[in-house]
Design a protein around this ligand. Sequence first.
Ligand SMILES: Cc1ncc(COP(=O)(O)O)c(C=O)c1O
Length: 381
Amino acid sequence: MDDLAIPSLAELRRRRSAKWRTFPDDVLPLPVAEMDFPLAEPIARALREAVDRSDTGYAAPTRDLADAVSGYARRTWDWKIDTDGVRTVADVGIGIVEVLRRVTGPGDRVVISPPVYEPFAWWVREVGAQVVEAPLAEGPRGWRLDLEALERAFADRATAYLLCNPHNPVGLVHPREDLVALAGLADRYGVHVLSDEIHAPLVLPGAEFVPFLEVSDAARRRGFSFLSASKGWNLAGLKAAVVVTADPAPRRYVDRLPAHSLYRTGHLGVIATVAAFDEGDRWLAGALGILDHNRRLLGELLAESLPEARYGPPQAGFLAWIDLRALGWGDDPAAHILDAARVALNAGHRYGSAGAGFARLNFGCSPQTLTEAVARIAAIR
Ligand SMILES: Cc1ncc(COP(=O)(O)O)c(C=O)c1O
């Protein structure tokens, strides 16, 4: 598909985003969660038209974003979102922090399940709450929520739980029965569940995304869902996301967000997000095809040239969680790989202490870049 032809490395290096400006040119950058695909044409067109109109003011108080999100959710997941329960925020991080500010008080206990996206812990600390860990369980069939650990944490005076659905960095798409059980526990112990669903559009063939607010009345009573087009269509720099509620109890907290928070959202972000959710299906299907190919290719490359590495293909997204402990590169193999192989990965220990000896690799790149990255790493073995 031409509209998914990944630019050459020389062209990518002309980008000004974090992925391309953090490391010197001899480094292959595979950390920051941005993809290398060109922008989907309907999004590029909407942005170009906005620039041509000099339409770069504030986001408008319209329903366009809520309508686009709910249209996409219904088409894609058969999830019927009541648009009265959709609130615009600048990004998922800000949305979660603002809701946490309203549901927690100083020193309250907020549970997370490492290994998990590092800012989860930052967001909890940012609002003056305490991080409590209920790590994921790793079984013979992959990662799962540890419902017993969650029950212990909830029973021990937890106020809120940050659910990563799908779960970055292990690429776990939570099965419905786990979400039903989680919602039941949250309801029993009076715990708010903030479900970060930013990776939901990127669920890969073989798995099915289950929106947390869909699973039960208990989930709706306790839950907040955070959605954005920023991972699926690579719009992270444009700043637009939503928080969704489906029950008056959580909605009361969201209603306390200041009215002016809308003006902190990127107007171009709203324009791009509406285009993504309304007209981005075809581009996304193509991108998912390439990601599906890359997750398998990565497995083959590792098996061939770095057989000590342990890796299970993710069910969603473009992030691979790789166990490098058998290579003897210590707790932070990403540091060694950056120095010796000139490939930048994320350090696993930053996702919680169980991540020591692991690294996270972004395969939202061309198969050629992925092949070269693994070859460079294999060469230092
Ligand atoms: C699970 C998860 N949540 C949130 C974010 C960041 O989202 P935002 O830029 O909308 O805050 C990321 C980015 O990679 C992520 O992986």
